[in-house]
Design a protein around this ligand. Structure first.
Ligand code: NAD
Length: 326
């Protein structure tokens, strides 16, 4: 069955992925209420949507019952993305990370229950930790250090998954869990510490690219339009998941750094830094489930996706430099 939505709530809607989902839904005729406390999101991500009749921005905290749980009007889809999402931020704000994964998820689920809406949880490949199974299938339970510094993110998402499944079992709520693998694209923050925005910022600023360890650890990166399409395919279906959404093309971190350098036209100088604690050695999704159940697979290759992202960063950074020199 393909569900259609008249009015959706997106928590974390002013962030990177959330803003692309807001656009996608508006383009497909769904009204959108975006709830964001701007912990890491940016009003500029949704500025172009503010004139759209179907768009409403609520500056609010997913952990505050007055902001999410009490939203008025009909809602038939809740996309719960609110979270600190990058290690650079969640390591600095561990308690907020755990809090939004636990309390924020509870309020978002309560909203969906009160409105009879479908609920989609943005979970993560990080729930697999440093995986011992490769590529990662949804049936793999993961290898997470529950007391390491990264656990605040990994465990908050694991708890959010458990809570989502409990609401499904206890209240028969229509829920879905999407395990998102590394996604990149326009509107990532240059300072957000994740690999691709960091490499692009450094390369455009003619700085050496910082590679953790020997750079031979692998990552699989998915362009944002593919991830957005995957999340929405899951939302429109009756599938509960968890479902992996990511690009199974596995590359070493070093290869990705070199590709960024090649596309920005800058010579590539690598600066090796210490690998973070519990940094996964290999990461690659098995997407058989998304392909068979949702008919989804990624379309955008690394080079094409990086070109779009580099163009956007070049414009943004040029703009910021222009503002600074004024
Ligand atoms: P992001 O930081 O750009 O977006 C997260 C948004 O949540 C931000 O706008 C932030 O301000 C908001 N937020 C944080 N705490 C909040 C709170 N208490 N109340 C309201 N809003 C709050 O990150 P993103 O990459 O767009 O990630 C979106 C979601 O997808 C997150 O849940 C993240 O864990 C998940 N995810 C992303 C990736 C990826 O590669 N981008 C991978 C796996 C999972």
């Amino acid at each position: 069955m393909r569900r259609n939505f008249r009015r959706a709530v997106i928590t974390g809607g002013a962030g990177f992925l959330g803003s692309h989902l807001c656009e996608y839904l508006l383009e497909h005729g769904t009204e959108v209420v975006c709830v964001d406390n701007f912990a890491t999101g940016d009003a500029r991500n949704v500025a172009s949507l503010l004139d759209h009749d179907g768009f409403q921005l609520v500056v609010g905290d997913a952990c505050d019952p007055r902001h999410v749980r009490a939203l008025p009007g009909p809602v038939d889809l809740v996309l719960h993305l609110a979270s600190l999402a990058s290690p650079a931020f969640y390591l600095r704000r561990p308690l907020e990370t755990l809090w939004v994964g636990a309390v924020g998820t509870a309020h978002a689920l309560e909203l969906a229950r009160a409105k009879g809406a479908r609920f989609v949880l943005a979970s993560t490949s990080e729930i697999y930790g440093d995986p011992l199974v490769h590529p990662q299938t949804e049936s793999y339970w993961g290898n997470v250090n529950s007391v390491g510094p990264r656990s605040v993110y990994d465990e908050s998402k694991r708890y959010a998954e458990a809570l989502t499944m409990a609401y499904r079992r206890v209240y028969r709520l229509s829920t879905a869990i999407v395990r998102i693998f590394n996604t990149y694209g326009p509107r990532m923050r240059p300072d957000d510490g994740r690999m691709i925005p960091t490499f692009i910022r450094q390369s455009l600023s003619k700085e050496p690219l910082t590679v953790a360890g020997d750079g031979l650890q692998t990552r699989s990166v998915c362009y944002v339009s593919d991830t957005t399409r995957g999340i929405m395919a899951l939302a429109h279906s009756d599938v509960a998941g968890p479902v992996n959404i990511g690009n199974p093309e596995e590359r070493t971190v070093r290869e990705i750094a070199e590709k960024v350098g090649q596309l920005t036209g800058q010579p590539v100088h690598l600066r090796h830094v210490e690998r973070p604690v519990d940094d996964p050695r290999r990461r690659c999704p098995d997407i058989s489930l998304a392909t068979s159940l949702l008919g989804w697979r990624p379309h955008v290759g690394l080079e094409e996706g990086l070109r779009h992202t580099i163009d956007w960063f070049a414009r943004e950074m040029g703009h910021e430099q222009g503002q600074r020199s004024r």
